[in-house]
Design a protein around this ligand. Structure first.
Ligand code: SF4
Ligand code: SF4
Length: 305
């Protein structure tokens, strides 16, 4: 059985997908390693995001032959916190929420496209942005975010090992969005000087996302402008101004609301027992967890004073 049938089913479902041979894993690892060797990757960035990657299928899956990488359209979520009689709306950027649901749906579509028992799948723990770019699925923006042409950057990437033969391995050099040659919108919009003229790789170690995804005991560096914060996690400044996102930037999914009592609890920062478990469940649905509280919420509320 071949990968093409599965890829076509994913495309019919509104996703974009590509397949590469499992033989590419060494090159994928080398892509990351060479950046590290060249000193282009900050050590903490590597440890936080790339150290846990596993460049092989599990021992239970000796027949893995290909990797299918999928870009699933994904809107930003709008959520609200109620505090001191006011309602504050904020964002959860694309890529955080619905991780499990997106994987389950992709698995169902892939299995339904062939006889379900005939297809073996295993979630791949790989550097997805690099894999997607190398497979030809996505292009890089100057902001180093993954884009699919005509769909922008509002997507979530996921990947699976399969036992299908990859008849069209699309592995290629990474490509940049055509408009980045002349556009500088994201560079100008970034509050932290992350995006440079002098190099392709952004300085992740200065990115708001890098800081606000860390657990809350890590305070923001003093040089970060408090007015720069614009989402409960992550940052949308450089995606908001991108011409490729024009058609998607005003679309949201409603992600729910936190009452005065829940907001007060998140601001206290003492998370123990059943109450913490219940809150963790609520946050999980929208791709968040307690580790970023109270810091990320406090900086957004401080902006309103
Ligand atoms: S996510 Fe925010 S801080 Fe990071 S590069 Fe984009 S604009 Fe700059
Ligand atoms: S804002 Fe402009 S330079 Fe930045 S990624 Fe988009 S097209 Fe490229």
């Amino acid at each position: 059985m071949k990968t093409l049938t599965v890829l076509e089913a994913l495309e019919r479902d509104g996703c974009n997908a590509k397949a590469v041979s499992i033989d590419r894993l060494d090159q994928l690892k080398e892509d990351i390693q060479s950046l590290r060797n060249a000193g282009a990757l900050d050590e903490k960035v590597f440890n936080d995001y790339l150290l846990t990657m596993i460049y092989q299928a599990s021992k239970d899956f000796p027949d893995a032959k290909s990797i299918i990488v999928i870009a699933v359209p994904h809107q930003q979520l709008k959520i609200a916190f109620n505090w001191k009689g006011e309602r504050m709306e904020t964002l959860v950027p694309p890529t955080y929420a619905f991780a499990r649901e997106i994987d389950e749906r992709a698995i169902k579509v892939m299995k339904d496209s062939v006889a379900p028992e005939a297809l073996h799948l295993e979630k791949a723990i790989l550097p997805l942005k690099t894999l997607a770019a190398r497979s030809g699925l996505t292009l890089y923006g100057r902001n180093n975010i993954a884009y699919v042409l005509r769909k922008g950057s509002f997507l979530r990437l996921t990947a699976f090992y399969t036992d299908l033969v990859c008849e069209e391995d699309t592995w290629a050099e990474r490509k940049m969005l055509p408009a980045c040659k002349t556009c500088r919108n994201c560079l100008k919009a970034c509050p932290n000087g992350v995006i440079g003229e002098d190099r392709f790789l952004v300085r992740v170690e200065r990115c708001l996302t890098f800081f606000n995804e860390q657990s809350a005991e890590n305070q923001f560096p003093g040089w970060v402008d408090p007015s720069a914060h614009n989402a409960i996690v992550g940052c949308m400044h450089c995606q908001r101004v991108c011409p490729y996102n024009k058609a998607f930037i005003s679309s949201y999914t409603e992600g729910g609301e936190f009452s005065e009592a829940e907001t007060a609890y998140l601001l206290e920062g003492e998370f123990k027992g059943e109450k913490a478990k219940a809150m963790e469940e609520k946050l999980k649905l929208i791709g968040l967890d307690l580790s970023i509280f109270p810091r990320n919420l406090q900086v957004l509320l401080d902006q309103r004073q």
